[in-house]
Write a protein that binds this ligand. Structure first.
Ligand code: NAD
Length: 498
């Protein structure tokens, strides 16, 4: 057994809110988090209240208005972000362990995500200094135009449980690079690494009030952030259902919104695809993080001619995926995040035979019994109208549909309310480029899946969201644009004096 895990099992980690550079208990109850793989408590955080949010917003607003962050040089902000990146690198083991115990993701994967986050923080540090405006020297001698980018102000950042530290790293350093201050609310299931990140930022010397963390439930904490008149922008990552409610709740002061929401992502396999390569990528794409990925490839759209050989390969590979204790180095797929989510996955799988489809492999809960494990599942005989083809299941569940022509495949791919990601497997350049252009999704992969880098912007079409994170857009998203016009020389008088 791992000694770090043992020490957390015997003494769960305990955190308060982090507000204005101080730990703050607040008056709310405590939320206890049990490991979804082991069924024992691993951490406690505070269940915040609207009062805690008020306190955090006041601190963030004070820091934003009174200086020390938005008004320092971008080089100084970049220095803080780089220091924070280095400290993350020094604390990988501690961060990864608690991430695994709270979320259930395999320890090796958690380590990979924390190490990947270091690169995101460094990239955002570079972007702090790359941010610039425009000049318009085209109005003649008498007028000069400037376009300034300014930080949008105080940002409310609300994150989900599936990639707690990674999603934080795709947003927080970019928000800070832009010069904004922030109130973060992590998921009530996976708050610890966000609080540890606040500690890291304090240790990196980031001034008090720049980053504040209030933990707790969506209602009241998330709701209070989305409604708060002292917050200028909300960056929300989570379900489309809550994202839609955030649009309504944020209307009071017409906040700027960035929404990264759900997906029901298509994977097209053409008849000429390398089936061995595709099958491995497809199984990875739907099983990675136990299928609890916004970009999971969950709808498999296959050329009729290769449906049989491809599904045989997928079934064989799914049976070999190592599902089990996330602390075991050999494990590839850990548990589902909680019991309710596992029951929902099993219920949605059950709709498939009821609506005329078949379970080709998996479809059930598997041991160890003290965790919420679901077997990798392939569903056949699926039609685009069926529940399993329309709802985001958020588990290792793949719904397979046939096609005759590429146009049909693209129509099926786009037959969804979502538009987060899409994948195509083919050896034909023409087919891949045609599908890439026609599929309405914010990210498209060709002959690979769920890969990327800080340079690439991410976000969704349709009901998968608004705005873009990371890449050059990642910082610009958190700015306001100001046009300034400067008169030079004599004024052409408007009032005609006698
Ligand atoms: P969720 O919508 O239930 O919760 C997300 C966050 O919102 C949590 O912190 C939660 O406490 C908070 N919240 C809940 N109710 C709220 C309210 N009324 N007001 C404000 N905040 C509230 O989502 P989840 O179950 O944590 O995460 C899974 C979902 O997130 C999936 O739909 C997945 O596709 C999506 N997701 C999207 C992306 C992306 O980049 N597009 C990335 C990861 C996850």
């Amino acid at each position: 057994m791992n000694t770090l895990a043992d020490s957390i099992f015997s003494t769960p980690r305990s955190f308060d809110h982090f507000i204005d550079g101080q730990w703050h208990a607040g008056r709310g109850d405590t939320i206890v988090r049990n490991s979804p793989a082991h069924g024992v408590p691993v951490s406690t955080v505070r269940a915040g209240t609207a009062e805690d949010v008020d306190r955090a917003v006041a601190a963030a607003r004070r820091r934003f208005e009174k200086g020390g962050w938005a008004n320092i040089t971008s080089a100084q902000r970049a220095t803080y972000l780089r220091r924070a990146a280095d400290l993350i690198g020094e604390r990988v083991d501690a961060l990864a362990m608690i991430e695994t115990l709270e979320s259930g993701k395999p320890l090796a994967q958690s380590k990979g995500e924390i190490e990947g986050a270091v690169a995101l923080w460094h990239y955002a540090a570079g972007q702090a200094q790359a941010l610039h405006g425009e000049t318009h020297n085209t109005f003649g001698d008498g007028l000069l135009g400037l376009v300034l980018r300014e930080p949008v102000g105080v940002v409310g950042l609300i994150t989900p449980w599936n990639f707690p530290f990674w999603i934080l790293a795709e947003r927080l350093p970019f928000i800070l690079a832009a010069g904004c201050t922030v109130v973060v609310k992590p998921s009530e299931y996976t708050s610890s690494t966000t609080l540890m990140m606040a500690e890291i930022l304090r240790d990196a010397g980031v001034p008090d009030g720049v980053v504040n963390v209030v933990t707790g439930y969506g209602d009241p904490v998330g709701q209070a952030i989305v409604e708060h008149r002292g917050i200028d922008m909300v960056s929300f990552t989570g379900s489309t259902r809550v994202g839609r409610s955030a649009v309504v709740a944020s209307a009071g002061n017409l906040k700027k919104l960035s929404l990264e929401l759900g997906g029901k992502n298509p994977v097209i396999v053409c008849a000429d695809a390398d089936l061995d390569k595709a099958a491995d990528g497809i199984v990875y794409g739907v099983c990675f993080n136990a299928g609890q990925c916004c970009v999971s490839g969950s709808r498999l759209i296959v050329a009729k001619d290769v449906m049989q050989p491809l599904s045989e390969r997928i079934v064989a590979l799914m049976k070999q995926v190592r599902v089990g204790d996330p602390l075991d180095e050999a494990t590839q797929v850990g548990p589902i995040v909680n019991e309710a989510q596992m029951q929902r996955i099993l219920r949605l799988i059950g709709t498939c035979p009821d609506e005329g489809g078949r379970v080709l492999t998996g479809g059930e809960r598997v041991p160890p019994e003290n965790g919420y494990f679901v077997a990798p599942t392939l569903l056949g005989g699926v039609q685009s109208s069926m529940t399993v083809a329309r709802e985001e299941i958020f588990g290792p569940v793949l719904a397979m549909m046939p096609f005759d022509t590429l146009e049909q495949a693209i129509d099926l791919a786009n037959d969804t309310d979502y538009g987060l990601s899409a994948t195509v497997w083919t050896q034909s350049l023409d087919q891949s480029m045609h599908a890439m252009r026609k599929m309405r999704a914010g990210r498209v992969w060709v002959n690979t899946t769920i890969t990327g880098g800080p340079e690439m912007p991410i976000g969704g079409y349709k009901e998968s969201g608004l705005g873009r994170e990371t890449g050059l857009q990642g910082v610009a998203e958190y700015t306001e644009v100001k046009s300034a016009l400067i008169d030079l020389g004599a004024r052409q008088k408007w009032v005609r004096t006698a």
